[in-house]
Design a binder for this molecule. Sequence first.
Ligand code: F6P
Length: 319
Amino acid sequence: MRRIAVLTSGGDAPGMNAAIRAVVRYSIYKGLQIFGIERGYKGLIEGDLKEMLIPSVGDIIHRGGTMLRSARCLEFMEEEGKKRALNILDVFKIDGLVVIGGDGTFRGAKTLCDAGFPVIGVPGTIDNDLAYTDYTIGFDTALNTVLDAVSKLRDTTSSHERVSIIEVMGRNCGDIALYTGLGGGAEEILVPETKHDIDNICKKILLSANRGKTQSIIMVAEGVGSANDICAQIHEKTGLDVRATILGHIQRGGSPTAKDRILASQFAAHAVQCLLDGKSSRVVGIRENKIIDMDITEALDMKSKFNESMYELTKILSI
Ligand code: F6P
């Protein structure tokens, strides 16, 4: 292993820059030559690679987004795209690749691994939807961004004695809604992992309003449906003053939290070390506070890690 490359792919996540920095610096420290690939798999099939040096990653650890930029590349998933990627890796004499991203990025990595090319995956997505790892890079920052918004919404929701429906990202995973629901003191949390009954929700809101509660916060994971629809249903059934807020891409930006910067640095160094140790087809993660790596296929096959006990606790605390 003499020359490796790194890319970021899929939705960006705060902490990706800290991961790129650690891949580059750890590689150079270990005597490797390191290349950055622009715009994920798209840049790979287009041959958009550049050598990274120690200063290339200076002053980025605290920045959101990804200095290598990111893209979702359908072409790469075709046989022709994969062939072109392998050719480019051959042309640049790259011996191993670190990919930073989520589920789609890892599925792309798997196709290269299946073709015999060494790849290690680093989980970078705000969604926290990879079952094999307790946390993904960017999740903690997104939680803090959402909580900041929830606190602000609480102020105005309370002043006007309203119900606020707050829609958050997460694709098919309810973790952002669940964790911020608990941290933000939400009355209800709607996640794709469990069913909800709109009549029960309406009854609970009305009963608490009758008790003198001046506001209700309802977190909705985007995988459940639209906050606007839920807002209309609750208004229709209760007559209460309800507002929907869709937080959108603001959740993907911002300076990474301490947790995300540290996790990103540890994951990235571990990934490079995996390549140096001759490992391939592995993804890096954290379980019970320990940095781990596991087989990419096994990791992708794992089912949802939805935290039932946390969900139950949110119900108890919102009585
Ligand atoms: O995977 C990260 C994520 O932000 C999801 O939560 C969301 O569903 C999706 O990406 C949005 O994708 P795009 O930025 O392409 O609109």
